[in-house]
Design a protein around this ligand. Sequence first.
Ligand code: NDP
Ligand SMILES: CCCCCCCCCCCCCCCC(=O)OCC(=O)COP(=O)(O)O
Length: 304
Amino acid sequence: MERGMGGSTLSVVLGGLGVLLLYRMLLRLRPGARVQDAVVVITGASSGLGKECARVFHAAGARLVLCGRSAARLQEVVQELTASSAQSKTKTYTPRTMTFDLAEAEMVARAAEEIRQCYGHVDILINNAGISYRGNILDTDMAVQRAVMDTNYFGPIALTQALLPTMVRQRSGHIVVISSIQGKIAIPYRSAYAASKHATQAYFDCLRAEVESYGIAVTVVSPGYVRTNLSLNAVTVLDKSTAMGRDPKDVAKAVLEAVRRRSKDVVLAGPLPALAVYIRNLWPALYFKVMSLRARKEQRPQDA
Ligand SMILES: NC(=O)C1=CN([C@@H]2O[C@H](COP(=O)(O)OP(=O)(O)OC[C@H]3O[C@@H](n4cnc5c(N)ncnc54)[C@H](OP(=O)(O)O)[C@@H]3O)[C@@H](O)[C@H]2O)C=CC1
Ligand SMILES: CCCCCCCCCCCCCCCC(=O)OCC(=O)COP(=O)(O)O
């Protein structure tokens, strides 16, 4: 009798898993959202992951608006992309550029207006620009905490809110934000950065629920280390973890795929950081212990 019940529980579980797998396979078979001719705005397009996103979305036939602080560096990207179009079979467009500092609220508002005027609407906004910061909290000025928040959080949400009404009017759109695995777990000596990415995750999770009924999708992408100059720009050395990180080309392809699939939350990290996200939620005491050991290990001699 008992064995019979055990057998039926097992078949219910296996049946459930089978239905789940089938559902996931069917989801994959759905035709992806169209990127050809879509108006795609990418921030931080002058280097690293933003530049690679520009490459893949350009090759997919998107009409790009590339944003950054340096007009010259953005023009270099435009020239590279235009040169690459010669061999392309897809219809491609010469990207437009927009120069502004995300940390300057007034500049963001003006830029949003100009971005809207480029093509009259925006289909996809990729909030990619960001800066890193490493340092212990005792030595970190409030000015630094605010500066990281301005670039990584307030700038992207200001741009998003300024472009949102056009998406609501057109009843379609897609907002992507490049967060970090540090939006889901906090590691020592990254207070400003991890806080800005946690805030990002929370804001865009709220946004997703609020705008779904207007046909607008929201994707939060949380990569682990990516081989770019992010740490170089923050700490003036390219650290080992970043140098051994994922190829930004692969991450950019995953962003394109996430847009096509209208994915909600994408983690692009190795097994250990991915496990850490679960441990943080399921066994916080263990996570805090591991982080405290890590903080001691990385403590600089003068802090000891
Ligand atoms: N590299 C990594 O290991 C990881 C990166 N990420 C995230 O990926 C995103 C891209 O970073 P990544 O490509 O690695 O780093 P890069 O330093 O190569 O690129 C950062 C981009 O952001 C732009 N930017 C920086 N500050 C501002 C500002 N105030 N206003 C406007 N644009 C600005 C820069 O443009 P310019 O200087 O020309 O203005 C640059 O194009 C970031 O959000 C980062 O947090 C997430 C996880 C891991
Ligand atoms: C026995 C089970 C133990 C479970 C706990 C495991 C804890 C493992 C911790 C792993 C931490 C990984 C951190 C990865 C951080 C990262 O990839 O950040 C990328 C960035 O966003 C940029 O980082 P930067 O360091 O340059 O600011």
